[in-house]
Design a protein around this ligand. Structure first.
Ligand SMILES: Cc1cc2nc3c(=O)[nH]c(=O)nc-3n(C[C@H](O)[C@H](O)[C@H](O)COP(=O)(O)OP(=O)(O)OC[C@H]3O[C@@H](n4cnc5c(N)ncnc54)[C@H](O)[C@@H]3O)c2cc1C
Length: 386
């Protein structure tokens, strides 16, 4: 690929997608009226199993999957629109997010028929939470250097190793672990496999890692002689690297990569008084136009995924620009708050709380799902600069 080959076309959202947007908005209005969706006081994906089940009851988990596995066979762009609405409204979707975005699609693409039949309908019903076991204490960006091993034993695999930063492992039912299953001379990427492990299996120990915001979302997960039956292997033995690469394109380009701090903008606009300074309005205008262009970019990638392409470079561009924007939003909103008279009716206090949380949370935006330095390496390689 060269820079001139990077072609992003803005898709037209179909009437079905726009209709779904209205359905989601009506659902959110109902949730708010009933008190089940209080205003957010935190940045990031909240975790609420009941909310996940209510979303599942609408048929919105596994929306694009085949009906035979509990899906609705809707388009990737419809799924995009639905998620955009849920994220912009700060709906706590953490209980199904990973399974819906990544684990389910990986099983759909690489899993056996038995795996698909077993896992996908349960994910679509909102009953299963998955987590991602890739990073290790010494292997984050350089994932291929991972040390977790799965050794072949009669009837299955014996897994030993340590994963870290595993979001929601303590709340999940399953973890998809990336482990070395064989050594291939001359290739670090070959010989790595993906294995599904029930987190309650003997030998799995989950310990909390507390975040800077004082929260328990991350974990360290230790595997000591964990036996996993043969049917836990996902896809082909040794092909895990290729499978994970496909997975990362789903992970890097969605609305969650530019909407994380959107509530700050929305809530700020709500509390600005009649004498708002021109400089503030200009800053907000700049943020909003940036937001809209990121949305176009991200939608274009969603459209490529819809067409069956693997837009890894394009997805990396969205994540690099989107996460920088998310961090910039926090800075801009903090500056504006300190220089404006805000309408004081409880909303301003909530915005302060949200901002405080965002300040401690924002550094993660450019690290999770692959750091921006790594993404820029992928982009440089993709356009032939490296
Ligand atoms: C909020 C959050 C949630 C996460 N959830 C999960 C999860 O659920 N499951 C999971 O497996 N992991 C998860 N992670 C881990 C995440 O994927 C890693 O933190 C990330 O890949 C970076 O790895 P590292 O922390 O080991 O940093 P390192 O790889 O040690 O990098 C340290 C610094 O060096 C830079 N660097 C490293 N190599 C290069 C290079 N070749 N060129 C230029 N710069 C380089 C990096 O950009 C970074 O700035 C999560 C992280 C965060 C912040």
């Amino acid at each position: 690929m060269s820079a001139t080959n990077l072609k992003l076309e803005l898709p037209q959202l179909t009437p079905e997608a726009e209709h779904l947007r209205q359905e989601v908005r009506a659902f959110l209005a109902e949730e708010r009226t009933s008190g089940r969706l209080p205003p957010a006081e935190k940045i990031g994906l909240g975790f609420d199993r009941d909310m996940t089940r209510r979303i599942a009851a609408r048929g919105w988990i596994g929306l694009t999957w085949p009906k035979q596995y509990g899906g609705k066979e809707r388009s990737a762009l419809e799924r995009y629109v639905m998620n955009e609405e849920l994220l912009a409204a700060a709906v706590p979707v953490g209980a199904h997010w990973v399974a819906d975005r990544q684990s389910g699609p990986v099983l759909l693409k690489f899993g056996t028929e038995e795996q698909k039949q077993f896992f996908l309908p349960k994910i679509a019903a909102g009953d299963l939470t998955f987590c991602i076991g890739m990073s290790e204490p010494e292997s984050g960006s350089d994932l291929a250097s991972l040390k977790t091993r799965a050794e072949k034993v009669p009837g299955g695999w014996r897994v030993n190793g340590r994963k870290i930063w595993t979001t929601n492992a303590h709340r999940a039912h399953y973890i998809i672990v990336l482990a070395r299953t064989s050594t291939v001379e001359g290739s670090r990427h070959a010989g790595i496999s993906q294995i599904i492990i029930d987190v309650t299996t003997p030998g799995v120990t989950i310990s909390p890692v507390w975040s800077m915001a004082g929260e328990h979302d991350f974990n360290e997960v230790l595997f000591e002689d964990v036996f996993v039956p043969d049917d836990g292997l996902v896809g082909q033995e040794g092909n895990g690297w290729n499978q994970v690469s496909a997975e990362l394109a789903y992970e890097r380009s969605g609305p969650e990569r530019w909407l994380s701090s959107f509530r700050l903008i929305a809530e700020l606009i709500d509390v600005l008084g009649p004498d708002t300074r021109t400089a503030t309005l200009e800053e907000l205008g700049r943020l909003t136009s940036h937001l809209l262009s990121l949305r176009q970019l991200s939608l274009s990638v969603a459209s490529m995924i819809q067409q069956g392409k693997s837009p890894n470079v394009e997805a990396s561009i969205v994540k690099d620009l989107g996460t920088k924007f998310e961090q910039e939003t926090v800075r801009v909103v903090r500056n504006i708050i300190s220089s404006e008279d805000l309408v004081s009716d409880g909303k301003a206090e909530r915005l302060q709380k949200l901002l405080y949380h965002a300040l401690t949370y924002a550094p993660a935006f450019t690290i999770r799902g692959g750091t921006n330095e790594i993404l820029r390496g992928i982009i440089a390689k993709g356009i032939g600069l490296r």
